[in-house]
Design a binder for this molecule. Structure first.
Ligand code: HEC
Ligand code: HEC
Length: 368
């Protein structure tokens, strides 16, 4: 950061000796310094920190500053080496394209956020929805980058596929930097609250915890057990039957239109917002349109939301999740193609599907 020099050789030490040029320089300095201060973004503390004793708050902020830096000089917690240039580039891309929604601190509280449903992600909890990892795990870096590149169809989260690859990489790193900063902030606030103090060792423990969680995610990718069977009317029908049997309709409605259309309440997400079950017929699957995307949403569930993971629900039927995915994709297609569902229609099961589903459901109930 540049400093203000009195200029003109600085012969004069007191304002009385500054002369005209000195005053001009001084006034310019004050004005510029003012501009500069206004332009430099600041991280804001979370409520968890605000609730601590002032002295502890200060300690948490100090540690965060030491390990996560500032918006203009960010650091990536857990990185072997700080790629300063990359992080600065990421911060610049973020400021231009993301901050208005996700906020300076990544708290999802940008200027535009209050008008948006769903809300922009608050990264600070370290919880992400669209992962290739099991339920409850962190995402992989690739997952975040894929979401940033694709956007989240059906929400205000835009696609950034047109950004140069290097900018995408850089902003992904910066999202990670904000996320880790938020995670560290939560852990430090909790420790400070419990212990009434904070020291370097506690911070190191917190950083180790964060690193190991992200490391575990890298080693736990959800891959389908079987190759995808071809999409056929039979696989779609089998999926429709499973939709009944596993009671997906309890949240998604019999017609698959989800909470908003069907008025079904399924509770809040971990960010504290109402989270109706997805409208599977909208043709705008948030987690991606590829069969593998839908497979992963069903197998892994959706972190932070009521959508459960069904990975272990079909131990004897390795194709079941594919069949559900085929059914979900068929629903998504139908609305797009203009097929109207009569209100309350049973899930668009092909003929016979419904009766079959019911009898399957009965036999499932009889078994349990
Ligand atoms: C117009 C508002 C808006 C802008 C601009 C925006 N986002 Fe988002 N973003 C959202 C919303 C809304 C969501 C939540 C979608 C959901 O919950 O399904 C989101 C979610 C995300 C997620 C979380 C995905 C997950 O798996 O949970 C990431 C990461 C993300 N955005 C990164 C970015 C980055 C990086 C930029 C800038 C390059 C950006 N966003 C710009 C609105 C925005
Ligand atoms: C307890 C309620 C609940 C149950 C049961 C449930 N879901 Fe969900 N589901 C949700 C919610 C809530 C979401 C939206 C989460 C979000 O993105 O905020 C969702 C989202 C999804 C998505 C992602 C849609 C998208 O836009 O990408 C798919 C696919 C899905 N559910 C399929 C199923 C299937 C198949 C079943 C049954 C095997 C099922 N769900 C059972 C609540 C539920």
């Amino acid at each position: 950061m540049w400093k203000c020099h009195a200029g003109a050789g600085s012969r004069a030490l007191s304002p009385a000796h500054w002369g005209f040029r000195g005053w001009v320089v001084a006034v310019a300095c004050v004005a510029l310094a003012g501009c500069q201060r206004a332009a430099e973004p600041q991280f804001v503390s979370s409520d968890l920190v605000e609730q601590l004793e002032p002295e502890l708050q200060e300690q948490v902020r100090e540690q965060l500053h030491k390990y996560a830096g500032t918006p203009n000089n960010p650091k990536l917690i857990g990185a072997d080496e700080q790629d300063e240039q990359m992080l600065k580039r990421g911060a610049a891309v973020y400021r231009e394209h993301c901050q208005q929604c996700h906020g300076v601190s990544g708290d999802g509280n940008g200027l535009a956020a209050q008008y948006l449903t769903p809300r922009p992600r608050d990264y600070r909890m370290g919880v992400f929805k669209f992962t290739s990892t099991p339920y409850g795990y962190k995402p992989r870096r690739e997952d975040l980058m894929r979401t940033i590149e694709r956007g989240v169809t059906g929400t205000s989260m835009p696609s950034f596929a047109r950004l140069p690859k290097k900018d995408l990489e850089a902003v992904t790193d910066y999202v990670l930097a904000l996320t880790h900063r938020g995670e560290l902030e939560r852990l430090l606030a909790a420790t400070a609250d419990a212990e009434g103090e904070l020291d370097e060792e506690m911070t190191q423990d917190a950083i180790d915890t964060i690193e190991s969680q992200w490391q575990q995610a890298r080693q736990n990718v959800v891959e389908p057990e079987t190759k995808m069977p071809p999409i056929t009317p039979e696989s779609v029908a089998a999926g429709a039957a499973l939709f009944q049997k596993r009671e997906c309709f309890k949240c998604h409605g019999h017609d698959g239109r989800g909470g908003l259309a069907g008025g079904i309440e399924v509770g809040n997400d971990v960010w504290g917002n109402k989270d109706p079950a997805a409208d599977l017929t909208s043709g705008m699957l948030h987690g991606g349109q590829l069969p593998l995307d839908v497979y992963r949403r069903i197998a892994s569930g959706i972190n932070g939301t009521p959508m459960p993971a069904f990975r272990d629900a079909f131990p004897d039927d390795p194709d079941a999740i594919w069949q559900l995915a085929h059914f979900v994709l068929s629903l998504a297609e139908k609305r797009r193609l203009g097929v109207q569902f009569p209100p309350g229609a049973a899930a668009a099961a092909p003929e016979g599907g419904e009766a079959e589903a019911e009898s399957q459901q009965e036999s499932a109930e009889a078994k349990s």
